[in-house]
Design a protein around this ligand. Structure first.
Ligand SMILES: *Cc1c(COP(=O)(O)O)cnc(C)c1O
Length: 407
């Protein structure tokens, strides 16, 4: 037996094992009600329509689709993305800007980390934040400066300002603010427009870049679709990252970055070393689906379903956990975030939950410092309303008996 440890690089030790991955493995082996996943629900789509798009691509553009292509993406697909950004997202691609297609937005986040972060560079970020982004940040060893999310409105701009002032007094300039402003993962919080404008101003004033991760703005269940922070950016401070994962299909692995051309050129250099380019085949399939308005049809079907599931979850939480927890009330996205009272440790509770037949994600993995031990993330986009009700009922009983024990 070889001890491989001595061969592994120091950097490879900085990647953390994800709780969610381990959980999903457990979940697969058991018949559980899963409120733990992060899956969009594509079970309602018309597979024949997708098949027709795939056939069209292969029959009409097979030689392009199966060939190597440009690192930044297939030009005809970038045109379709540009139209999607303008018509659906409300973002124009300006003269000095361009787009690079990435292999999921995960690759865009990883490249972002490689592109901007030296060890000890200050990275401002939400606390809690998306665990897969943390995994891209850890190996770069930045200095994390967290902005606590405690309400449905996301981070506090006052807290951001005082943090910036404090850092300035220490003579430290933050480099990047990484933020998921719309229906954040894991909290579901949405940053008000006023705060979005203010962030752009602060970025100018304190000279940092904003990396906006926006997978969810199209999944709006109440009120108007939010305008990305990027929409208020005149100076080129904002790097906009998004994905087709929640609006067309995550299996295509199509993400993209919109930013100033000088920035995109650097993304391109790094991407070339990583995978030359993203799949030409799935780019062309995505293009065909976008041109047919597949995403609009899908969204108009799935949004009312997600909305009802969210409502079922919020109602059940009120009934089953009302005295023992507080939680977010998201107006879009896929998640509700819960803070338990009475010092209940959600990692410890999880074993009991699995024994009782329900799965959730303990929240501490979303905190770069491992805090948030009394928190959990609940997913409402994938389980049925019936399972949501059953799952929350089981959780409510567990939490109640745990609270009595701790009480
Ligand atoms: C789902 C999600 C993504 C999407 O990742 P892909 O690699 O594009 O599938 C990105 N950021 C956040 C915060 C997410 O929740």
């Amino acid at each position: 037996m070889i001890d491989y440890e001595r061969f592994f690089s120091e950097e490879s030790n900085l990647y953390r094992v994800s709780d969610i991955r381990k959980l999903l493995e457990v979940a697969k082996q058991k018949e559980l009600i899963s409120l733990g996943g992060g899956l969009p629900d594509f079970r309602i789509i018309d597979l024949n329509e997708v098949l027709d798009a795939v056939t069209t691509v292969i029959m009409n553009k097979g030689n392009i689709a199966l060939q190597y292509s440009a690192t930044n993406g297939e030009p005809s697909f970038i045109d379709a993305l540009t139209e999607y950004l303008e018509k659906d997202v409300g973002l124009e691609v300006k003269e000095n800007e361009s787009i690079i297609v990435t292999t999921g937005s995960q690759q865009a986040i990883d490249i972002t980390a490689r592109l901007f972060l030296n060890p000890n560079d200050v990275l401002l970020l939400e606390k809690p934040t998306y665990v897969a982004s943390l995994n891209a940040f850890f190996p770069r060893r930045p200095r994390f400066e967290g902005l606590e999310i405690t309400s449905d409105d996301g981070i506090s701009i006052d807290e951001l300002e005082s943090k910036l002032e404090k850092l300035k007094k220490e003579g430290i300039k933050p480099k990047v603010l990484y933020i998921i402003p719309s229906y954040q993962n894991p909290t579901g919080a949405i940053l008000p427009e006023k705060s979005r404008r203010k962030i752009v101003e602060l970025a100018h004033e304190y000279d940092f870049l904003v990396v906006e991760d926006d997978p969810y703005s199209q999944l709006t269940y109440e009120g108007e679709k939010p305008k990305p922070i990027k929409a208020f950016d005149k100076e080129g401070r904002v790097i906009y990252i998004s994905t087709l994962s929640k609006v067309v299909s995550p299996g295509l692995r199509i993400g993209f970055v919109l930013a100033d051309r000088a920035v995109i050129n650097r993304y391109s250099l790094i991407k070339q070393a990583l995978d030359l380019h993203s799949s030409t085949l799935t780019q062309l399939i995505a293009e065909e689906l976008l041109r047919r308005g597949f995403h609009r049809k899908y969204l108009s079907k799935i949004i009312p379903i997600y909305r009802s599931r969210r409502d079922a979850m919020l109602r059940s939480l009120e009934e089953e956990l009302g005295d023992n927890a507080v939680w977010t009330r998201p107006r879009g996205g896929m998640f509700v975030f819960v803070w338990l009272k009475n010092n209940i440790d959600t990692k410890k509770l999880l074993e009991k939950a699995i024994d009782s037949g329900v799965l959730y994600v303990p929240g501490s993995g979303f905190y770069y410092d491992g805090s948030g031990r009394n928190t959990m993330r609940l997913n409402f986009s994938y389980p049925s309303e019936q399972d949501i009700r059953k799952g929350i009922k089981i959780l409510g009983e567990l939490v109640k008996s745990e609270a009595e024990r701790n009480g």
